[in-house]
Write a protein of this length. Structure first.
Length: 369
């Protein structure tokens, strides 16, 4: 069995890495922070021209018709470059919600626009602090009108459509809401990673279109599992970038007449990061297989990839700062950009603890069968 990427996928990786390096994606992330937040619109449009925004979507909706493994390759490079775009909100969640659960009319109306970059999509589910549970979803839809609050909603400030998880009578539904619809108010939140902004979104009798799904709670868990695998690849890419930054600095920085990388304390730090990153990579590969084949193992694979990805990126971003010493804490270096992103990704879709609980529950259920 071949666990490696194909030649075409390696070419895609090289293209993505060169493109993001040539466009200075990491430097643009810094610019987004310095300007008070927001995403890089020019980079977004160029990514759309390359077909990334619809990489795994069917060609009939304007997508490229590639595999989800191909999308995982792109996700890893986006994480490596720390790109400031709403890729996860629009591609991993909103587009996936529409292609899997949207009506044919909704797909025809919105998917081509999402693929072209004309519009940005996002998803709103959480309403209170803590993990997402059935009892914590209070937003309701009655007579096609949505009332409630969602916080935080990533990238809501510039999203044209939102997919909202809400109650309808005695069950859950997924609903499409257009930006600036009547009764909708958006308030920006102060985020640690300003390149990935989020908002409080309040709805008051806001028009909402139902997606074609019977059990929206299970459907949303399915969407989260798929997005978790893709985010895990972003985390692997970010962890690898941090490891390489720390390694390069340790080889160049001298203390007591020797490169600091020759000291055992630094070696052990970098070795720990390397092991965590490779474990995360292995779990991400398992998740990529489950995602691409829509395997029954997807919930387990997604949870394992998510837990390992969170640990690797968090550890790598912190040890990168520590390896750089006093310089690592300054605004001038890029270390803090990856630390901010590690924290932001680590809390999106639920924290690592939430996914650990999911993993344990799934394994117990499988073993009991």
């Amino acid at each position: 069995m071949n666990f490696d990427f194909s030649q075409e996928q390696e070419l895609l990786r090289d293209q993505a890495r060169r493109f993001l390096a040539d466009r200075g994606a990491t430097a643009r992330c810094r610019q987004a922070l310095e300007s008070g937040g927001g995403f890089d619109g020019q980079l977004w449009r160029e990514m759309a021209e390359l077909g990334w925004l619809g990489a795994a979507l069917p060609e009939q909706y304007g997508g490229a018709g590639l595999s989800y493994v191909d999308l995982c390759v792109i996700a890893e490079e986006l994480g490596r470059a720390n790109a400031a775009t709403p890729f996860s909100s629009s591609v991993y969640l909103a587009s996936e919600a529409l292609v899997h659960f949207g009506t044919e009319e909704q797909k025809q109306q919105w998917l081509p626009k999402l693929v072209s970059g004309e519009v940005v999509g996002t998803v709103g589910s959480v309403e209170t602090n803590g993990p997402l549970t059935r009892k914590r979803v209070r937003a309701k839809v009655s007579g096609g009108k949505l009332t409630g609050i969602k916080v935080p909603v990533a990238d809501a400030a510039y999203a044209s459509i939102m997919i909202i998880l809400a109650r309808h009578e005695d069950h859950f539904g997924l609903y499409l809401v257009e930006a600036n619809a009547a009764g909708m108010q958006t308030q920006d939140l102060q985020m640690n990673d300003g390149s990935r902004p989020a908002s409080i979104v309040q709805f008051n009798d806001t028009p909402a279109q139902a997606l074609a799904v019977d059990d929206a709670w299970e459907a949303f868990q399915y969407l989260q599992n798929r997005a978790a695998v893709l985010l895990a690849f972003e985390q692997v890419g970010g962890a690898q970038a941090c490891l390489e930054m720390a390694r390069d600095f340790a080889l160049e920085r001298y203390a007591f007449g020797r490169p600091i990388g020759s000291f055992q304390a630094i070696k052990h730090k970098l070795a720990d990061v390397y092991v965590a990153t490779e474990l995360a990579r292995s779990n991400a590969y398992y998740g990529a297989w489950a995602l691409d084949s829509d395997a029954a193992d997807l919930p387990v694979a997604a949870a394992a990839a998510r837990v390992a990805g969170c640990r690797a990126f968090d550890l790598a971003s912190k040890e990168n700062i520590q390896t750089h010493g006093g310089m690592g804490f300054t605004w001038a270096l890029d270390c803090h950009l990856y630390y901010r992103r590690a924290k932001a990704i680590g809390l999106s879709l639920g924290s690592a603890r939430v996914w650990k609980d999911r993993l344990i529950a799934r394994l117990e259920s499988r073993n009991a069968a």
